[in-house]
Design a protein around this ligand. Structure first.
Ligand code: TEU
Length: 575
């Protein structure tokens, strides 16, 4: 299991209200208790923090807010000593506009680094710097145009994210070489791999054509930069230049918004040497309407359809990653679960559902506690650049009212995931002695790590058991997946199956009588809702008397065959 730490919100050690590297070190034992294999650190590099560190101004230094390179080395050693591996966030689709590369690039049209970024003149016949004169009509991910006009040199630069995140030009081999060198520097320092930020956006269709306009003033450029023409070539080159021949075991995961299953296979087929796995976005898009701010209720059959297709699509070649949460997504218990009456049961049920799929599970800090959305009610409480950008774009354009946008942010803002980790019931939840950079959720008084560690029925201990199962039971990690009852709107059901090889031959070279191959099988049943559900009889046929491997509800005596209580999940095993 990979556990994501968002350093700014994990643990503060110096009272400035912002989490830091020594703080992470203090909390490593929590991760060990959970059974974590790998820690993914969101960016801790030097950064102006326009997008909370996803805007890097020096790839080979630590931001003073988080500590020093010495603090980093100490954390790495402390993690390795506990058997934890550490994966860095690699943000190389763009740098910060304060990176030396970009400062040089913007200095003049003839600078040696001009071509390290995407510079273009104004649209033909338009006055540079005037509305609509951008080189094309693409909208940035954070609202507004994807181009910034630079008066000094009279051209625009491309930024798919904020104007302080100029896109690097991967067509230029010098850019790629600089990135490879930087990656090697971190691997030599002892890091165990990379989570690669929006890595399928690095190759753009060079003509940068206009996109279709779905709403507002700007167009959708994604067909021209999502899994673009050279992306596989770039990743294979990166593998050759950085990873090939290194003796240590490393992990690479590409964050790939908009990736299709076909491309997912190409990215993760081990024989192609690109990345170990990707984060796909389909299941976190099924509650989006015309945009992520247009929130639709979950239809369970949609979730089954998308997860089912990915499980089948990557069954033969490639490998899935499994996640509900990260620092960009609202909390799963508030989103697809029930963060009121059924918080504990629904957090466990959704965890069980996800962790019994085939693939590598990711847990985002606080998810293992069943932490909920932030519950902010005023725009002043938000800090996230995406939330603020869209609020102002849509409200100013009259597309949505302030009230509508506040409702949308309450459901979808990235800040929902970014409130500080709730360690205990004290003021500021044990996160800081100072003033937290983003408000601590008042529910930390009851929802916190200290209380959950002491309660065997907590969400924390359930996650711990799920992680242990994956380590101990091969069919959980490796078994084939088969979806059942795809049309049922409340019960999520599937099987996992693994043929076990016959036991090894005895020392005399003769297999024992009991050495026939056997099959291990699981039936996973989850009630995704608050009403009692009958499991369709055809799903249960043949499973009478099977052993219960794990269940969300402890009171086995109250369990009735064929019936799932509110948010109940059960895994049956027969072999
Ligand atoms: O996210 C990329 C991405 O596609 C989205 O999830 C995006 O953040 C947004 O939610 C779209 O609505 C990655 C990082 O995870 C994110 O934190 C950064 O802001 C972004 O890249 C730019 O580096």
């Amino acid at each position: 299991m990979v556990y994501q730490v968002y350093p700014r919100s994990f643990q503060d050690s110096d009272g400035d209200g912002i989490g830091d590297l020594p703080g992470i070190e203090q909390r490593l034992d929590h991760l060990v208790a959970l059974g974590v294999d790998v820690v993914w650190l969101s960016p801790v590099y030097r950064s102006p923090q326009d997008d909370n560190g996803y805007d890097i101004s020096d790839y080979q230094d630590i931001d003073p807010m988080f500590g020093t390179l010495e603090d980093f080395d100490r954390l790495l050693t402390a993690a390795h000593d506990r058997g934890l591996r550490v994966v860095m966030d690699l943000v190389v689709n763009h740098s910060s506009d304060e990176h030396a590369w970009f400062r040089e690039s913007r200095a003049s049209r003839t600078d040696a680094r001009r071509d390290w970024y995407w510079w273009r003149p104004a649209r033909e016949g338009m006055e540079p710097g005037t509305p609509g004169a951008e080189p094309n009509n693409w909208r940035s991910f954070f609202g507004g145009p994807a181009w910034e006009y630079d008066e000094a040199t009279g051209e625009y630069y491309l930024h798919l994210f904020s104007r302080k995140q100029p896109d690097l030009n991967w067509e230029n081999p010098d850019v790629r070489r600089a990135v490879h060198d930087m990656m090697t520097w971190w691997l030599d320092r002892g890091v165990d791999g990379f989570r690669m930020d929006v890595i399928n956006l690095i190759s753009k269709v060079p003509g940068l054509p206009d996109g279709e306009v779905h709403y507002g003033a700007y167009g959708d450029g994604s067909p021209y930069y999502t899994s673009g023409p050279r992306v596989h070539e770039f990743l294979q080159e990166m593998h050759r230049e950085v990873f090939a021949g290194r003796p240590e075991k490393l992990l690479t995961v590409g964050e790939t918004p908009g990736v299709t299953i076909e491309d997912g296979v190409l990215f993760t087929d081990p024989e192609r040497h690109e990345v170990d796995m990707v984060f796909q976005f389909e299941h976190v898009g099924i509650d989006h309407g015309s945009s992520k701010w247009d929130v639709k209720p979950l239809r369970l059959t949609d979730l089954k359809a998308t997860f089912g297709r990915w499980q089948v699509g990557l069954a033969e070649r490639g490998w899935n990653s499994l996640y509900w949460n990260n620092h960009d997504q609202p909390r799963i218990v508030s989103r697809f679960g029930d963060d009121g009456e059924h918080r504990v049961a629904s957090a466990k049920a959704l965890a069980l559902l996800l962790h019994l799929h085939r693939g590598t599970p990711y847990v985002y800090q606080g998810e293992e506690l069943g932490m909920t959305n932030a519950g902010f009610t005023s725009i002043d409480q938000y800090q996230d650049i995406e939330s603020l950008g869209h609020f102002h774009e849509l409200v100013d354009a009259g597309v949505a009212t302030e009230e509508q946008m506040l409702v949308a942010l309450r459901a979808m803002s990235r800040d929902n995931a970014r409130t500080p980790v709730q360690w205990d019931a004290s003021e500021h939840a044990g996160f800081t002695t100072g003033t937290p950079w983003l408000a601590v959720n008042p529910n930390h008084v009851t929802i916190n790590a200290e209380a959950e560690r002491a309660d065997d029925g907590s969400v924390f201990h359930f996650y711990r058991r799920l992680v242990a199962l994956r380590h101990d039971v091969p069919v959980v990690a490796l078994g084939d997946f088969h979806m059942l009852a795809p049309d049922h709107e409340a019960v999520y059901a599937f099987t996992r199956t693994l043929d076990l090889p016959a036991p090894a031959e005895g020392p005399d070279g003769v297999a024992s009588a009991a050495s026939t191959a056997s099959r291990d099988e699981l039936l996973v049943l989850v009630n995704v809702g608050g009403a009692e559900q009958e499991v369709p009889p055809e799903v249960l046929a043949g499973w009478e008397g099977a052993e219960v491997l794990i269940a969300t509800h402890d009171d086995a005596a109250a369990r009735r065959a064929g019936v799932l209580r509110a948010w109940e999940g059960v895994v049956l095993r027969r072999s």
